[in-house]
Design a protein around this ligand. Structure first.
Ligand code: COA
Length: 375
């Protein structure tokens, strides 16, 4: 196989057919199971989006009630997982590492994967919220069976029933990022189930992939820039000096989208509504000024590169508006994306084909064995 060319990042390599989502980077369109993101995300509950991904259609009222119930009864954590989270919190383990460990410790029930998918998706927010509270020296809050999936996440974090507007904003965010083509964590999950392994292993691997700063880690730094700017009058000075030093502006540019990331528009709309109904209006206005200045300066410093606002910029603003600290941004992303991972696992399992690419050997050949005493 000596002549096969390799593509280091697999760019442009089509690794699967999927009915789950399509990213069109040239037209700036993003489709989730048939729906444009801007059509689905601001309207659906998170349960409806998960059902859509798993069943390729929206549920009717009865199916939705049954599905909400199926998640509600699985939302609580086994005692062993709570113990694991307690000791991780004592050791100060970062949240994504604690999430990966807790997911890995979930039992594999495994029939066709559907049962595991329900348990995993139901428990993700419970794990993240419990761990955040333990890190803060507080006791976990049990889920409330009367609340939906997104509302429960906020309830288990703060111990208070959230406002409707906050739940709507979180559901819009979770729907927007639930899936996104063949991204790195999704690919990792598909590779794992393609070997015949179970969904718990696949999701634990996907959490590991999402943890990396090139995948799920940008919203924190995007917000830091807004805080660093501090006041509208300083935006130009701060951003210009970053670009002069050759630094990248976090929250701008995308490997696939060469026009504005359509998810940014959906989240910008949700942020406008959220901040319009209260919260830190000052930081919202400042973020808009940082965005306007960044787009102008990126065009000046990198003409023709089409560097536009990406999903992370408005993710940061929206999650901050919901009162989430930056340390919860990536774990919150995981609580949404896990639905996409499980859907891809089911799709891959139906396909039943081992993912096993090739590599090109570029090392030496024909070497002679040297005994230990002569090396
Ligand atoms: N700020 C400043 N310059 C940027 C930039 C940014 N955010 N993103 C890209 N560029 C520059 C590159 O340095 C490069 O400049 P050059 O042509 O002078 O060498 C040019 O724009 C083209 O970049 P490209 O190679 O097409 O980008 P990429 O595909 O390697 O990178 C990202 C995509 C997302 C990694 C990149 O845009 C980035 O680092 N953005 C900031 C981090 C971020 O927001 N990540 C979350 C993504 S959802």
């Amino acid at each position: 196989m000596g002549e096969t060319a390799s593509v280091a990042g697999l760019e442009g390599v089509v690794a699967a057919e999927t009915r789950l989502s399509e990213v069109n980077g040239r037209s700036g369109e993003f489709t989730i199971a048939g729906f444009p993101v801007e059509e689905l995300a601001p309207r659906a509950t998170f349960e409806e989006t998960v059902y859509l991904l798993w069943h390729a259609r929206l549920p009717d009222a009865e199916e939705l009630a049954g599905f909400r119930e199926a998640l509600a009864v699985r939302r609580g954590l086994p005692e062993g997982i709570v113990r694991l989270l307690r000791s991780a919190a004592v050791a100060g383990v970062p949240a994504m590492d604690a999430l990966r460990a807790a997911v890995g410790a979930l039992g594999v029930e495994e029939t066709d994967g559907a049962e595991d998918a329900r348990s995993i998706v139901a428990r993700f927010p419970t794990i993240v919220a419990a761990y955040r509270r333990l890190l803060d020296g507080e006791e976990p809050v049990d889920p409330d069976p009367g609340l939906g999936h997104a509302a429960n996440y906020l309830y288990m974090l703060w111990g208070e029933r959230p406002q409707e507007g906050a739940v709507r904003a979180l559901e819009t965010y979770m729907n927007t990022v639930v899936d996104h083509g063949m991204n790195a964590s999704t690919f990792a999950a598909r590779v794992i189930v393609s070997t015949g392994s179970d969904m718990v292993s696949a999701v634990a691997g996907a959490v590991g992939a999402l943890k990396g700063p090139l995948h799920g880690g940008a919203p924190g730094p995007a917000l830091e820039v807004v805080f660093e700017v501090g006041s509208a009058g300083r935006a130009e000075e701060v951003l210009r000096s970053k670009l002069e030093r050759g630094e990248r502006l976090m929250g701008f540019g995308h490997r696939i989208y060469k026009v504005r990331d359509p998810r940014a528009d959906v989240l910008a709309g949700a942020a406008e509504v959220l901040y319009g109904s209260g919260g830190d209006r000052g930081i919202y206005e400042l973020a808009l000024e940082v965005e306007r200045t960044a787009l102008r300066l990126l065009e000046e410093y990198k003409p023709g590169r089409n560097l536009k606002t990406n999903v992370e910029f408005y993710t940061a603003l929206l999650l901050h508006g919901l009162g989430l600290p930056a340390g919860l941004f990536t774990p919150t992303f995981a609580t949404a994306r896990v639905a996409g991972w499980t859907a891809h696992c089911m799709e891959q399992r139906k396909l039943g084909r081992l993912i096993r690419p090739q590599s090109v050997y570029v090392g030496e050949r024909g070497k002679k064995w040297v005994p230990l005493e002569k090396r």
